[in-house]
Design a protein around this ligand. Structure first.
Ligand code: NDP
Length: 243
């Protein structure tokens, strides 16, 4: 990853922060986006810079049709290039179908689908040969273990279609596109010690939550040169949730 530049959306906490740090450890300069937690984003930047890499925290709301793709331009302006896009920013909104409002639908699809699409479109115009697009999906795409997931699973499933179509569209430019499906991962969004923690752990073959670093490890593999022949693929890091 030496000399390469990455953009990780939603990189201030959780899976995104772990991924940004992992890519920096592999040698990349890394820009992250965030919306609310400026201090957490600044802390990630400090930790990346301590590794001797360039880092940038960009306030860019994935739900905003201008800010989301604008983050790509800002990262390119700072680093002079873009090699890796990690579409990680997402919101988790679960609940019974009848309790989900139209505003909920618009919010989840704006962040989890439209934001990913617009950011990816902007990045595809900038990525060179060897470029990488890695999107964070969900184990709920492969197996919905109970009620309450209609809206979230709808959005995440759309990203599988996007990923496969991207692989076909960008393959001749040497750019790969893949989607990683995390199982239950211990983050602010889904704390292992929360009320639903034990139930989710029991749904995996491993019998436990995963860590953000375990997802970041897969993303780092996909971002690297060794994964040049992996594209259009769905890769589960789910402790056997789908088994
Ligand atoms: P967290 O809630 O812990 O972190 C989310 C990150 O995204 C934060 O950095 C947050 O920054 C940022 N973010 C949230 N909304 C926006 C937005 N509108 N625009 C830009 N950035 C935003 O989540 P996780 O790390 O758990 O989740 C990361 C991804 O992994 C998501 O796509 C999620 O759906 C997916 N996932 C998570 C699983 C889990 O069990 N944790 C399981 C399967 C998939 P800030 O708050 O500062 O704005």
């Amino acid at each position: 990853m030496q000399g390469r530049a990455a953009l990780v959306t939603g990189g201030s906490r959780g899976i995104g922060a772990a991924t940004a740090l992992r890519l920096a450890r592999e040698g990349a300069d890394v820009a992250i986006t965030y919306v609310r937690d400026k201090d957490a984003a600044a802390d990630v930047v400090r930790r990346i810079e301590a590794l001797g890499r360039r880092a940038l925290a960009l306030r860019a709301d994935a739900a905003d049709a201008t800010e989301a793709p604008g983050a790509v331009d800002r990262a390119v302006a700072a680093f002079g290039r873009l090699d890796v896009l990690v579409n990680n920013a997402g919101v988790g909104l679960l609940g019974p179908l009848g309790a989900l409002s139209t505003a909920d639908v618009d919010r989840v699809l704006a962040v989890n689908v439209r934001g990913v699409f617009l950011t990816t479109r902007a990045a595809a115009a900038r990525l060179g040969d060897g470029g990488r697009i890695i999107t964070i999906g969900s184990c709920m795409v492969q197996r919905v273990p109970g009620p309450g997931g209609t809206l979230y699973a709808t959005g995440k499933a759309a990203l599988v279609g996007l990923t496969k179509a991207l692989a076909r569209e960008l393959g001749d430019r040497g750019i790969t596109a893949n989607i990683v499906h995390p199982g239950p991962i211990d983050t602010d969004m889904n704390p292992a010690d929360g009320p639903y923690g034990p139930g989710q752990a029991a749904l995996t073959a491993a019998g436990r939550f995963g860590t953000a670093d375990e997802v970041a490890s897969m993303v780092a593999y996909l971002a690297g040169a060794e994964a040049a022949y992996v594209t259009g693929a769905e890769l589960a890091v789910d402790g056997g949730h789908a088994a």
